[in-house]
Design a protein around this ligand. Structure first.
Ligand code: ADP
Ligand code: 5GP
Length: 207
């Protein structure tokens, strides 16, 4: 049975471990696709164009908005971030699970447009641990770390709008929870074409 895919929206404070978690589950979930965002933020050391982000100028980003190429976009800590629409649409049509890392503003826009998307909020075990992870990551200037920590207070209040939460204490545990959610979501009756399901009984015999 060929099912249509669906979208997983992963939000949570910067430094909670969204990218680390996604990298951890990728090798174990067939058919999982990461939606690469566009950003005006400069690349961090080690980030690769087209893999981590599509890095664009402000003008180029604004042109994408004007041409309706973005499914959603938002301004976060003085930079713009957005999701290219065509990739997500095509991957879902092809029956894939698409996962994206977007902030709370982007998640709100997607909630309006794609009600059958799955919304997951990733939490660090404590605020101190979040701060430590941002410091240890060592790839943002001090001011950017400060803004990300401030923003985490605002973001936490929006957890109520999400379907699931995952606490990223031990990475293995968090990865197991994410895999469990994805597997359960594939089993939702709402995602199945019921006519096609009835076909399973086509060859029935009278008892
Ligand atoms: P985000 O994508 O949410 O901004 P990252 O995936 O970049 O966060 O993770 C931030 C930092 O925290 C990285 O240095 C990463 O190695 C570390 N990290 C992520 N998950 C864990 C974990 N479960 N335990 C300890 N450190 C973690
Ligand atoms: P970072 O600069 O740490 O990579 O990301 C900062 C914030 O931007 C994070 O909260 C992340 O979830 C968010 N983000 C990344 N890509 C997108 C996107 O395409 N759209 C939106 N709205 N937020 C994004």
């Amino acid at each position: 049975m060929q099912l249509k895919g669906f979208l997983i929206v992963l939000s949570g404070p910067s430094g909670a471990g969204k990218n680390t978690l996604m990298n951890a589950v990728f090798p174990t979930i067939p058919n999982l696709q990461y939606s690469v965002s566009v950003t005006t933020r400069p690349p961090r050391q080690g980030e690769i164009e087209g893999v981590d982000y599509f890095f664009r100028s402000r003008d180029e980003f604004d042109q994408m908005i004007a041409q309706d190429e973005l499914l959603e976009w938002a301004e976060f800590c003085e930079n713009r971030y957005g999701t290219p629409r065509s990739f997500v649409d095509n991957a879902i049509e092809d029956g894939r699970t698409v996962i994206m890392d977007v902030d709370i503003q982007g998640a709100a826009q997607i909630r309006e447009q794609m009600p059958d998307a799955v919304f997951i909020f990733l939490l660090p075990p404590t605020w101190d641990e979040l701060k430590q992870r941002l410091l240890d990551r060592g790839k943002d200037p001090d001011e950017a770390i400060h803004w990300r920590l401030e923003q985490s207070y605002v973001e936490m209040k929006h957890i109520v709008n999400y379907d699931y939460f995952i606490i990223n204490d031990q990475l293995d545990n968090a990865a197991e929870r994410l895999r469990t959610i994805i597997n359960a979501e594939w089993c939702r009756v709402q995602r199945v074409d019921l006519d096609e399901l009835q076909q399973l009984w086509k060859g029935r015999k009278k008892p």
